[in-house]
Design a protein. Structure first.
Length: 484
């Protein structure tokens, strides 16, 4: 039975890579590892209060979120209950929520978030490990976890709690409070606040909480394709984090409830995880491609876009040859600066004085963002580092004419995917649905993207050649991008 499951995972996740090529086999092994991966050790990490999963089961029933489409998890009695797939943006596939684990520790079940919570997602209805989750809402998740944990603590006030239980309970609630801080957390689904990682440096070095004036620095959850090349020149969108060592892979856990001492014990596991991420292959475009248009699009790309995004070659088996992305100065690309505003001299000093300087280091680089490599770009919408553009056609449109808001609900499902626009479908301007979304955008709805929110503008990425592109040129470019 286990063999059949592994074979199914391999077929499903590889998305049409069926060769016996060693790279394909390494890919299959890597995605299975990511599917099962978490970094909880000694009850520390991205954890929940022990046994609090039962509280979430209760809340799911209380909020009436028990429908199958909302995902489910088993409570203590084995009953399957809804768990806020719609509310939190968690990925439900094969009748399970991806990336959540119950980790046994000293006769306790410690709820834990693994890598697949954020680094697996859907595009055009296909589940893809290594793709950033388009709907994850860590801010809303944290706020709900904090409330549930407080209620669970009251409900278990008579329970005999060990020293370890109390420590996990306290640390997990503090973590949820920090992540849910409305002044620095994400404002919209699909974005994760880099401020959360920054907060650890303040606590670990300055022995104080991070100022609420710190920029959110919210970015899309990064995908893993080409990670082996991205890692060594800067792990974040801006190239700041030096990835020569395992360090910045540790930063997410340290931002939770992990300690520097504990993390050092996990270095071999973390280094192994970072190495296998380089083996993950991008998903093939699942629909028909007009090859005549794609050929024209390639010529356009090679005369324009390649200057920033590079060229794309394949090995003898037809698999992509990964290359380093190119760093573009902010004065050239002119996209939203919010992520860069947090890289102050004060923060640089904290990074340099952190407790694990042999692993966590930074690059000295002029402010800017990477022009990302475009492998599997068909699945990576919304576009730009802050997810501010819903589809490729909008990206090829003048910034002043780009959509100002759109619906993120079920962003990875087939009916939300437009083959012509290469990304999210949009309501017709002036329609009833359009006006409804406009109202929701103004009200701050978290499942509606609004480019008027802090750090979410869709400006930039417009160059001289862009004005010369005809509508047919744009369609041809999109057709070519489907083949990368």
């Amino acid at each position: 039975m286990k063999l059949l499951i592994l074979l199914f995972l391999s077929f499903n996740f590889s998305l049409a890579y069926s060769s016996e090529n060693p790279r394909v086999q390494a890919h299959d092994e890597a995605i299975k590892a990511v599917h099962d991966l978490h970094f909880v050790k000694d009850g520390r990490g991205m954890t929940l209060t022990p046994d609090a999963v039962n509280m979430f089961a209760f809340m799911a029933k209380l909020f009436g979120l028990s429908k199958p489409r909302d995902g489910f998890i088993e409570d203590k009695s084995g009953t399957k209950v809804g768990l806020f797939t719609k509310r939190w943006g968690l990925v439900e596939h094969d009748k399970e929520i991806k990336g959540f684990f119950n980790v046994p520790y000293k006769k306790m079940n410690v709820g834990a978030m693994g890598c697949a919570v954020c680094h697996s997602g859907k595009a055009a209805g296909q589940y893809i490990i290594g793709l950033g989750n388009k709907n994850i809402d860590v801010g809303k998740l944290a706020k709900d976890v904090e409330k549930a944990s407080k209620l669970w603590k009251k409900m278990t006030v008579l329970k005999r709690k060990s020293k370890d239980y109390k420590r996990i309970e306290k640390d997990s609630m503090a973590f949820a409070k920090r992540l849910g801080n409305e002044k620095v957390t994400n404002l919209t689904q699909g974005l994760v606040p880099i401020s959360m990682i920054m907060s650890w440096f303040y606590r670990a070095v300055a022995k104080t909480e991070m100022p609420d004036t710190t920029p959110r620095g919210a970015v899309k959850v990064p995908h893993f394709w080409g990670y082996g090349k991205k890692r060594f020149i800067g792990q974040f969108t801006d190239g700041f984090g030096n990835g020569t060592h395992a360090g910045w892979g540790l930063a997410v856990e340290l931002a939770g409830t992990q300690t520097a001492e504990n993390v050092r014990k996990m270095i071999p596991k973390i280094e192994h995880a970072e190495n296998i991420l380089a083996d993950i292959l991008p998903p093939k475009y699942p629909f028909k491609v007009n090859q005549v248009m794609a050929n024209r699009g390639k010529k356009l790309f090679d005369n324009t876009c390649f200057k920033c995004h590079g060229t794309y070659e394949r090995d003898a088996a037809g698999l992509p040859i990964y290359k380093e992305p190119k760093h573009i100065k902010i004065k050239v690309v002119k996209t939203d600066r919010d992520r860069l505003r947090g890289l102050t001299p004060e923060f640089l000093s904290l990074v340099e004085r952190n407790p694990v300087p042999d692993y966590i280091q930074h690059n000295n680089i002029e402010p800017g963002y990477f022009a990302p490599r475009l492998e599997g770009v068909w699945a990576r919408f919304p576009y730009l580092h802050n997810g501010s553009i819903p589809n490729m056609m909008a990206l090829l449109t003048h910034p002043l004419e780009r959509p100002k808001f759109w619906d993120l609900q079920r962003a990875g499902e087939r009916d939300r995917f437009s083959e012509n626009l290469l990304g999210l479908t949009l309501p017709k301007e002036g329609s009833r649905n359009y006006k409804k979304l406009e109202r929701e955008a103004k009200s701050g709805a978290r499942d509606v993207y609004s480019t008027s929110r802090e750090g979410q503008s869709a400006k930039g990425h417009w160059f001289k050649f862009s004005d010369k592109l005809s509508n047919q040129d744009k369609k041809d470019l999109i057709e070519y991008l489907k083949t990368i």
